[in-house]
Design a protein around this ligand. Structure first.
Ligand code: ADP
Length: 688
């Protein structure tokens, strides 16, 4: 593993602080040295020449080399030069021994070569030992300092790695990255064979075994473990060994599994957070590891750094999961609310009545389509505005403001507003307000419902008109009857027979008129009340009209009017109520006879007509009578309407209204026109 070399401080072979190499070509000198060091603690090694000296220096690592200067072959100077230039030996001290008195030149040359001391022959044992001891002391101190420096450098390097581990692991919150990085750094710091991080996974109930081995990518393997395995068990070396063996047996992973029996190869440290083990880190070596105290405390520091980082990542992922769940919930709720809102809006917009909702300060919160149409403004320009705004001027806004100011919980007001769909006409609006209150009775707004009651009001008006009409029509015949009866009562013995008969006939005529008025009124009231259900049965119109014409022929003949019936078929079959068909025909033929002077004629034509794919029965009643001015056509079918109310021809003014009601009930139609022979022509079409 090259990486480990770059990350540990290089230490060359240590010098032996007791070993001295003596280099001399004269054997006697070597012997002399042996004698001199006999009782000392130094161990001597010898070399007979310069090259042997160099070789021994490399092999034996003496802390001191005592060398002769003048030797055949490699001189002492040359040896010194070579020793000082070799990394392996350069720290060894050199003492030159010379037989000659030292010349200053020689001393300078020797010192330049890196020699530490000179000693000249002859010398005393004490002098030699004193010098050697002095050099040895110096060397030992130097070596110790060097050792310390190496240790400090090594410790620094390791602290640097720990620091790198701390920075890298805490700067990431991604668990996988933290694990990969942690394992890589543990490799660098401890130079192990394999690093294993064991962590239980709560969600899968499995143990995740993260493995990084020399020369292979780190992997994470989920392993099933027996239930009840406590987190603290994870740091049991036996368990780690058995899990690794299992993994090795089951999968073909590119790493060597240590023999499970050799537990000495495994070092485990639990990852403890808040007094609870969250996993364990195991380190596997090739050789049993002897932990120095420093190394052990480094491992503990590294594990606690990794534990904190893992814990942070787990916490972060929990927070993230929580956030994600929260976000999903918020989205769901928002969607539900939007759906709810759409539903409410759909309901509101489908309501025919206008609906406005105000908040507690009379600002508009909601108004549906019908309300927008009634106030003549769209929702965009109104929502969020106060109803007291000066720009909101119209009788309807006044009405809304009146209700908003009303202190009653429920209030009602009415207003007429111009009908924009029918210029010139008005809509009658009835507005109901209800305060919106909370459970505690606090008013938080108001709902106002605007109902278009125009049709109801119209019916009310019609009813009032009808009643006025009935009363009015009753008055005249009743007045005539009262007058005639009082005359008869007062003067019956004085009046001639002829006069009495005349008065009685007049009373009879008025009673007849009253009877038809009451009958017609009843018929119409029944239509109005919806009491007459639309009965349908098969009726032969041709036959029914034939019978009726026969019945009325006498009446026509009395007036010298020709009454003719023609039918395109003797069997025109209709699905209708025969009684109502009879009323219809009777009213039309009766009018024709009534409004045609003597000598004229009335024709009833029956036929069939195709309108698209629908077939209808056609009834036409024509006369040669007084006719009807075209501008009267529209009002002709109104109740009590008579073209010339002053004419003497009796009538109630209700006949054509009844005809119109019947035609409408059977989805038919009626038109009036001038007859080609100068009278009127009424055409009725009734679907078969
Ligand atoms: P009534 O006949 O009792 O007056 P109706 O409702 O039947 O009431 O008719 C309304 C009015 O229509 C009549 O008063 C008359 O002025 C006019 N009218 C109806 N039918 C004819 C007709 N065939 N020719 C001329 N005027 C008619």
């Amino acid at each position: 593993m090259n990486e480990q070399n770059t990350n540990t401080v290089s230490i060359h072979k240590e010098l032996d602080p007791n070993k001295i190499l003596v280099v001399d070509d004269i054997p006697m000198n070597l012997e002399l040295m042996k004698i001199m060091f006999r009782d000392s603690n130094y161990e001597l090694v010898f070399a007979n020449n310069g090259s042997e000296g160099l070789e021994k220096a490399q092999q034996e690592s003496p802390f001191l080399i005592i060398s002769d200067i003048q030797m055949p072959g490699m001189s002492g100077f040359e040896l010194c030069k070579r020793i000082k230039s070799d990394d392996q030996t350069k720290d060894a001290a050199v003492i030159f021994v010379t037989a000659h008195a030292r010349s200053s030149r020689q001393v300078r040359e020797g010192l330049e070569m890196g020699a530490d001391e000179y000693i000249s022959r002859p010398f005393e044992r004490d002098e030699l030992l004193a010098r050697v001891n002095a050099v040895a002391r110096l060397k030992r101190a130097e070596l110790e300092a060097q050792q310390q420096a190496i240790l400090v450098a090594q410790r620094n390097k390791e602290l640097e790695l720990l620091n790198e581990l701390a920075v890298a692991t805490t700067s990431s919150l991604d668990l996988q990255r933290i694990l990969a990085f942690s394992m890589q750094k543990l490799f660098q710091i401890f130079n192990a064979e394999m690093i294993v991080i064991l962590m239980p996974d709560e969600s899968t109930q499995k143990l995740i075994v993260n493995i990084a081995s020399a020369g292979a990518e780190s992997i994470a393997i989920p392993v099933s473990v027996k239930p009840g395995l406590s987190s603290i068990d994870l740091s049991r070396r036996k368990l780690v060994a058995s899990i690794l063996t299992r993994i090795g047996n089951e999968h073909n992973y590119p790493f060597t599994i240590p023999h499970p029996d050799n537990l000495g190869l495994i070092t485990t440290v639990p990852m403890v957070s808040k007094e609870e083990a969250i996993g364990a880190i195991a380190m596997i070596d090739r050789q049993p590891r002897q932990f120095a105290e420093v190394e052990w405390s480094q491992l503990i520091s590294a594990v606690s750094i990794i534990t904190v980082a893992i814990e942070n990542a787990q916490l972060f992922s929990k927070v993230q999961n929580f956030n994600r769940r929260l976000e999903r919930k918020v989205q769901e709720r928002t969607r539900e609310l939007a759906e709810e809102k759409d539903k409410v809006e759909a309901i509101l917009s489908s309501i025919v009545d206008g609906v406005l909702v105000l908040d507690a300060n009379n600002y508009l919160v909601t108004l549906n389509n019908a309300a927008q149409e009634m106030v003549g403004s769209d929702e965009e320009s109104l929502i969020g505005r106060s109803i007291t705004s000066e720009e909101l001027v119209s009788p309807l806004w006044n009405c809304i403001r009146y209700l908003a100011d009303n202190s009653e919980k429920i209030a009602t007001a009415s207003v007429d507003i111009p009908n924009i769909n029918k210029p010139g006409s008005y809509l009658s609006i009835q507005a109901h307000s209800a305060k919106v209150q909370t459970d505690t009775g606090e008013t938080i707004g108001m709902a106002i419902v605007l109902s278009d009651v125009t049709a109801i009001m119209e019916v009310e008006r019609m009813k009032a008109r009808f009643m006025a009409g009935v009363t009015h029509e009753l008055k005249t015949p009743l007045a005539v009857i009262r007058l005639h009866t009082s005359n008869l009562a007062a003067y019956h013995d004085r009046l001639s027979q002829e006069k009495r008969e005349q008065l009685l006939k007049a009373i009879q005529a008025q009673v007849k008129q009253l009877t038809s008025l009451v009958e017609d009124t009843l018929k119409l009231s029944r239509f109005d009340a919806g009491a007459d259900s639309i009965e349908r049965q098969s009726v032969n119109l041709s036959q029914l009209a034939g019978q009726l014409v026969d019945e009325m022929r006498l009446l026509a003949e009395e007036k010298e009017i020709a009454l003719n019936l023609s039918a395109s078929s003797p069997d025109i079959i209709l699905n209708a109520d025969p009684k109502k068909l009879k009323w219809l025909l009777n009213n039309l033929i009766d009018n024709a006879i009534k409004f045609t002077p003597a000598g004229g004629s009335v024709g009833v034509q029956l036929g069939l007509d195709m309108e698209g794919s629908k077939q209808s029965a056609l009834i036409q009643v024509t006369d040669t009578g007084i006719g009807i001015p075209v501008d009267e056509y529209e009002r002709l079918f109104d109740r009590f309407y008579r073209v010339d109310s002053a004419h003497t021809i009796p009538g109630t003014g209700l006949g054509l209204s009844i005809v119109k009601e019947i035609v409408t009930a059977y989805d038919g139609s009626i038109t009036v026109a001038n007859s080609p022979d100068g009278g009127s022509m009424f055409s009725v079409s009734l679907p078969l």
